[in-house]
Ligand binder design. Structure first.
Ligand SMILES: C[S@@+](CC[C@H](N)C(=O)[O-])C[C@H]1O[C@@H](n2cnc3c(N)ncnc32)[C@H](O)[C@@H]1O
Length: 269
C-alpha cells in the first residue's frame, strides 16, 4: 500500500545521512582542493556542457534541487551564474556544501529541505531549475514536484534535467551483468517504490547494508505528462548511451546501444 510522501522522503533522508560520511571519506579533501582553484568547473559531460552553453548560465538565477554536496552548483557559479541556491534533504550533504562554498569563497546558498517543503518565498525567483543524475528517482510524486518547480521559475525560465534514463531500470547492475549480453530483467512500469538496502556509496565504493531507501521508476511518459500539466513546454530532449548512474558502466559499450541517460530542457510558459 502507498504511504504518505513524507514517509518515503524521511526514510531517504536517513539513508543519505548515513551514506554521506562514506562519500566524504573518499572525496571531500580532493574536492576542497579542486574548488580552491579559482573558476574551477566540475563538469565533464560534453552533452550537458553543450546544452548549458546554449541556455547560457551567465547572470542567471539558478536553483539546483537534490544538489547533494553542491559541486555542480558551485561549478555553475564559477561559470558566471548570478544567485545560486542548492536544496537537498540530507543534513550531511548540505553541511559539506556550505563548508566548501565558504572555504573556497564561492557565493552559493545551500538550504537543507525536502523538495516538497521548499519555502514559498523562493517562488518566482529563478531563471533555471536544475535536476541532475539521480534526483528524479527519489521523488515519490512527480506531478507535485513539477508543480513546485513551475512555481520556482519565472515566466520563460528553464528547467534543465540531466537524468538516468528509465530504460536502464530494466537492466541488471554491472555486478550482475553477463558480458556483451543485453538482458531485460526488471519491469518498466511500476506502481510501487523499489525498497532497497543496497550501498549508496558510489563514490568510495564501500559495501554496507544501508538504511532502507525508496526509489521510484518514473517513465518518460509520466515525466512528459507532469511537465505538460504544470505549464512547461519541452524545448529540447536528447537520449544518450552514456551511463550517469554509476551502475551500468559496462553496458555503455553494448552493440545494442541502449539509452542510459537523457537531457531535457523545458520552458515555463
Ligand atoms: C544521487 S544524489 C544527486 C546527485 C547529484 N547529481 C550528484 O551527482 O551529486 C541524490 C540526492 O537527492 C537528495 N534527495 C533525495 N530525496 C530528496 C528530497 N525529497 N528532497 C531533497 N533532496 C532529496 C539526496 O539527499 C541526495 O543528496
Amino acid at each position: 500500500m502507498k504511504k504518505d510522501i513524507r514517509y518515503y522522503t524521511d526514510q531517504n533522508r536517513e539513508a543519505w545521512n548515513e551514506a554521506m560520511p562514506k562519500h566524504q571519506a573518499a572525496s571531500k579533501e580532493r574536492l576542497d582542493q579542486l574548488f580552491s582553484k579559482p573558476g574551477y568547473i566540475y563538469q565533464e559531460d560534453e552533452n550537458l556542457l553543450q546544452v548549458l552553453k546554449r541556455i547560457d548560465v551567465q547572470g542567471k538565477d539558478i536553483i539546483h534541487l537534490c544538489c547533494n554536496n553542491g559541486i555542480e552548483l558551485l561549478s555553475l557559479k564559477n561559470m558566471g551564474a548570478n544567485h545560486c541556491v542548492g536544496i537537498d534533504i540530507c543534513d550531511e550533504a548540505i553541511e559539506e556544501a556550505q563548508e566548501r562554498a565558504k572555504k573556497c569563497g564561492i557565493d552559493c546558498e545551500f538550504i537543507r529541505s525536502d523538495v516538497y517543503d521548499i519555502s514559498e518565498e523562493l517562488y518566482n525567483s529563478f531563471d533555471i531549475v536544475q535536476l541532475t543524475a539521480g534526483c528524479i528517482g527519489w521523488i515519490p510524486d512527480l506531478n507535485e514536484f513539477f508543480r513546485i518547480i513551475s512555481h520556482l521559475l519565472r515566466v520563460n525560465g528553464f528547467v534543465l534535467i540531466h537524468e538516468i534514463h528509465p530504460f536502464s531500470e530494466m537492466l541488471p547492475f554491472d555486478n550482475n551483468y553477463i558480458e556483451n549480453r543485453l538482458q531485460i530483467i526488471e519491469p518498466y512500469f511500476r506502481d510501487e517504490a523499489i525498497v532497497e538496502n543496497g550501498s549508496l556509496d558510489y563514490v568510495g565504493g564501500t559495501d554496507y547494508v544501508a538504511k532502507t531507501q525508496y526509489w521510484f521508476v518514473h517513465t518518460i511518459s509520466s515525466l512528459i505528462m507532469a511537465l505538460i500539466k504544470n505549464g512547461i513546454r519541452i524545448e529540447h530532449f536528447s537520449e544518450h548511451s552514456k551511463d550517469i548512474s554509476a551502475g551500468h558502466k559496462k553496458q555503455e559499450e553494448l552493440d545494442a546501444q541502449i539509452p542510459l541517460s537523457y537531457i531535457l530542457v523545458g520552458k515555463k510558459e
